[in-house]
Design a protein around this ligand. Structure first.
Ligand code: 5AD
Length: 346
């Protein structure tokens, strides 16, 4: 089928066959990408207007028990300087962010055994107690069914857990044997059942990834219909087994952002830090391809460099305020408005 027809079909039915996606991806041209981005932008503006939502990201621990082959904070990376923020330090980040206008806080961390349910529930209650008008998003990896229920009960609203790849075999190539695609999917189902607003996601251009794998990711997004989806280019980290693999591109990432926007027009879709890392204008390009969320970093400046999932991660500004101002200016330069409310899905 011609590309134009495939895009028409996607726009109308919010669905394509796996072969349709694969064809669009593997035979894309700059012209097709531009047309796709244009339609994705129209859809995004229809739902969200000129608003770009912002979330305050707090990377509170880089201890991790997992050993994902691509990730810079993997257990096996002995050169990673580990840190863990205290309850008080996290609350200080929240207060600073709140004063700047942030109304969503994302608590992200490695799978740290010290991040117990009790400790997490305590910090969630503290944030929600101090600021009932804020949304709390968690991004702390795979946990038990019961744990997810408790975190939700404590008041957490949203949960990000990238599925990483929707192909079981590919999943095995990216992760050690102690991890499984099945458990990842179990977690996502449990999160949904617990009542979270759920986010999935994957890296673009990860080692061994094929167009068929990306088509499977898009089919998965169709089927699971997550409220949020985080995608960014794979960026090699020097101290991982995948250090020598090439990174993903801005171009393919933007193409996928546009496809995802057309699959689910209401989806919350961040222009990620990874995109801003491999291209100084990456986040602007992501927004222009259909993304509608940015996540400036509110972590204390001295630990920010240690949350190094990949090499050369951008650290705009030393203080949260500068980070926000930087993004504000970037969004204004492309005719968008940075909005600091809760930014719930429509
Ligand atoms: N490049 C890009 N993204 C990465 N992540 C982990 N390592 C890398 C890397 N080298 C992403 C994973 C994970 C999220 C927190 O960061 O998709 O889910």
């Amino acid at each position: 089928m011609k590309h134009e027809l495939l895009i028409d079909q996607l726009e109308q039915r919010h669905s394509l066959s796996s072969e349709g996606y694969e064809q669009l991806i593997s035979r894309r041209t700059p012209e097709v990408a531009a047309e796709l981005a244009r339609r994705a932008r129209v859809e995004c503006e229809r739902v969200y207007g000129d608003a770009v939502y912002t979330r305050g990201l707090i990377e509170f621990t880089n201890y991790c028990k997992n050993n994902c082959l691509y990730c810079g904070i993997r257990r096996g990376n002995a050169s990673c300087r580990r840190y863990r923020l205290t309850h008080e330090q996290i609350m200080a980040c929240v207060e600073e962010g709140y004063d700047l206008g942030f109304r969503t806080f994302v608590l992200q961390g490695g799978e740290d055994s010290e991040t117990t349910d009790e400790w997490l529930c305590d910090i969630i209650s503290a944030i929600k107690g101090a600021h009932p008008d804020c949304a709390v998003t968690l991004s702390v990896g795979e946990r038990s069914t019961e744990s997810y229920r408790m975190l939700r009960k404590a008041g957490a609203d949203r949960y990000l857990l990238r599925h990483e790849t929707a192909n079981r075999e590919h999943y095995r190539k990216l992760h050690p044997r102690s991890m499984s695609y099945e458990n990842r999917m179990r977690c996502l189902r449990d999160l949904r059942a617990a009542g979270f607003t759920v986010g999935v996601g994957f890296m673009v251009g990860s080692p061994f990834q094929t167009s068929a794998d990306l088509a499977a990711d898009l089919k998965f997004i169709e089927d699971f219909s997550p409220e949020m989806c985080g995608i960014g280019p794979y960026v090699p980290h020097h101290a991982t087994p995948f250090a020598q693999f090439p990174g993903g591109t801005v171009e393919l990432t933007c193409f996928l952002l546009s496809l995802i926007r057309l699959i689910k027009p209401t989806i919350l879709l961040p222009a990620t830090t990874a995109l801003g890392t491999i291209d100084a204008a990456g986040r602007e390009k992501g927004i222009l391809a259909g993304a509608n969320v940015v996540m400036p970093n509110l972590s204390p400046a001295d630990v920010r460099v240690d949350y190094e999932l990949y090499d050369n991660k951008v650290h705009a500004g030393d203080v949260a305020a500068e980070c926000k101002e930087d993004l504000e200016a970037r969004m204004e330069s492309i005719g968008r408005r940075l909005v600091v409310d809760r930014g719930d899905p429509k």
